[in-house]
Design a binder for this molecule. Structure first.
Ligand SMILES: Nc1ncnc2c1ncn2[C@@H]1O[C@H](COP(=O)(O)OP(=O)(O)O)[C@@H](O)[C@H]1O
Ligand SMILES: [Mg+2]
Length: 256
């Protein structure tokens, strides 16, 4: 069976990566591009909150567990694999696994390599893997996710933000990660985007290997759903911000 296609998020904190991750899941579910495995690789995990799911053990907890307790007669590898399988949360059409915080000092190399192996095996059972994370992409190579189908770089509507997005996109070259397509989404734009800023964005994109996905407006419904702790999956597709995000996803992910 084929490996899952990997969609990974990147961009500075607070730009909207987790929100757009949830909308990517919404898109994939609605297009029946399932099953989907969502990987929350942000130490301050919160993708589950936007999806309205409670999380039990994170992989960080399991890693920590593995250092201290392994049942007799079981190898650390088997124990961790069993724990990871138990930590996968099953929702309708998609599963979620949460990396969580690496607790305490010490090296997690062995745990990470077991985790990478489990993810690799898991990836055969999914059509898509969606990886939400913090700013950078180091964890992609750490988890041995070296073939990225789409890298979605999210930026705020600022000149420095877009320059930072380009820098992040450029980093993949040094990480031994192959990316088929890098897409820039400028998120939470105001009603009046200054012409100068649009020019700067277009210039920045032209000097990089990013493609301009589009501009997602500030969205009152996204704001309200987040505030009310309601699942982003339930926001209507014609809502402000959601509509444009879906258009971008349709264009770049389509129905492969
Ligand atoms: N288009 C948007 N309109 C309104 N609020 C948004 C939009 N995109 C994101 N937000 C809000 O911005 C905040 C940060 O978004 P989040 O997705 O958590 O960013 P990141 O994962 O990059 O740190 C959240 O409160 C989220 O609800
Ligand atoms: Mg986030």
């Amino acid at each position: 069976m084929q490996n899952a296609k990997i969609i990974a998020m990147a961009g500075k904190g607070g730009t909207g990566k987790t929100t757009i991750s949830a909308l990517v899941i919404k898109y994939l579910l609605e297009k029946n591009l399932t099953p989907v495995l969502a990987v929350d690789a942000d130490p301050n995990a919160n993708l589950n909150e936007l999806l309205g799911i409670d999380v039990g053990a994170t992989l960080g907890d399991i890693r920590e567990d593995m250092r201290t307790k392994t049942p007799e007669g079981m190898s650390k590898h088997d124990y961790m694999e069993m724990q990871i399988n138990q930590a996968i949360l099953e929702a309708t059409g998609y599963d979620l696994v949460v990396m969580g915080q690496p607790q305490g000092p010490g090296c997690y190399c062995m745990a990470n390599s077991i985790l990478a192996g489990v993810l690799e095996r898991l990836s055969h059972s999914y059509k898509f893997l969606l990886v939400d994370n913090e700013a950078g992409m180091e964890h992609l190579s750490r988890l041995n996710l070296r073939n990225i189908y789409k890298l979605i770089v999210v930026s705020d509507a600022s000149s420095r933000g877009v320059t930072a997005a380009k820098r992040i996109a450029d980093l993949t070259a040094s990480l031994d990660v192959k990316v088929e397509e890098k897409i820039l989404i400028v998120n939470r734009i105001p009603d009046n985007m200054p012409e100068e800023l649009i020019k700067h964005i277009e210039k920045t994109v032209s000097e990089s290997d990013l493609k301009l996905g589009g501009f997602v407006p500030y969205s009152q419904p996204i704001f309200e759903y987040e505030a009310a702790r309601k699942s982003i999956l339930d926001i209507p597709n014609n809502a402000d911000g959601v509509k444009e995000t879906m258009r971008i996803l349709e264009k770049f992910i389509g129905n492969p």
